[in-house]
Design a protein around this ligand. Structure first.
Ligand SMILES: N[C@@H](CCC(=O)N[C@@H](CS)C(=O)NCC(=O)O)C(=O)O
Length: 283
């Protein structure tokens, strides 16, 4: 934006419905449902409503890791929520998550059934429910939670900040791109330094902290998020790259990342009800 068309802040903000950005048709300044539609419910106790964005992949990767560890009670149905089409504003979804963001989940194994929203809360719940992928040792367990909450607090600068202005804004604006790139490079350096003396985020043990951070920051440095690897000079973050590649090679990660992916090239799997659905999608 040049000095001439500098924005003058009005006394009262007015909503410009179509701002030219990718999600302007569904974004609005109010919450709540826009239409009546119940959520589907499958055979398993755990019902996930999601989409394979990095926030959605965190949870499907955890589900697949739990199943790979032999925890059969972690079987789940994963239903697609297309956020581009406004599915997150159906009455059923809003009942599950009043914040209208994926991922959301229901646990029907308890009475009354429990609603869950916020990826970090879902991951902590599942890890504690099945006593897996959250360290037993109190120091490592605390460190795992530290990084899990770090991820949930930090990624909005990556997604809503950097990603929005680098990829989705209607035209390139230097000020926000500079501001968020500065922050994202700082975050990448935080991770790189930590991973220079830790195998995994919580120390020696692979945990939900890794599964939460990898879909955003792992995929960013692997060039799979925002196609920004060159712009961010990710080759400088050697320890983060080592970790990103290591996690990306896990079978459960490869399975989890395709669940509720219903666009683009590569493996797609709109809904998942059994392991066979993923086997077919990855063939
Ligand atoms: N803090 C939330 C963020 C979830 C989130 O931002 N989800 C996005 C997709 S990545 C979404 O559902 N966006 C739909 C919308 O904003 O209308 C979490 O970690 O679960």
């Amino acid at each position: 934006m040049s000095k001439q068309d500098e924005y003058k802040v009005p006394r009262v903000w007015k909503w410009e419905k179509e701002d030219g950005s990718k999600f302007s048709s569904t974004n609005r300044p109010t919450s709540g449902p826009t239409h009546d539609q119940a959520l589907p419910v499958g055979d398993h106790d755990l019902q996930l409503y999601s989409m394979a964005t990095p926030n959605g992949q965190k949870v499907t990767i955890l589900f697949e890791e739990l199943l790979a560890a032999g925890i059969k009670e972690a079987e789940y149905d994963a239903w697609p929520i297309s956020i581009g089409d406004g599915d997150q504003f159906s009455s059923g979804f809003v009942q599950n998550n009043p914040n209208s963001k994926i991922p959301a989940m229901m646990d029907y194994s308890v009475n009354p059934p429990l609603r869950l929203f916020e990826s970090g809360a879902i991951m902590q719940y599942l890890a504690e429910k099945f006593d897996a992928f959250i360290p037993q040792d109190p120091i490592a367990r605390t460190e795992c939670r530290n990084w899990l909450f770090w991820q949930v607090g930090s990624a909005p600068y990556l997604g809503g900040g950097f990603g929005h202005f680098y990829t989705y804004a209607p035209y390139a604006m230097q000020y926000p791109i500079d501001r968020f790139t500065l922050e994202i490079k700082r975050q990448l350096d935080v991770l790189d330094k930590h991973l220079s003396y830790n195998t995994y985020m919580a120390g020696d043990e692979y945990s939900i902290a890794d599964m939460a951070i990898w879909p955003w920051y792992g995929n960013l440095v692997l060039g799979k998020v925002y196609d920004a690897a060159e712009f961010l000079q990710v080759e400088d973050y050697t320890h983060l790259l080592r970790w990103a590649k290591q996690i990306g090679e896990r079978d459960a990660v490869k399975r989890g990342e395709v669940v509720n992916r219903f666009w683009g090239d590569g493996a797609n799997l709109k809904e998942r009800h059994s392991a066979k659905d993923i086997d077919k999608a990855l063939k």
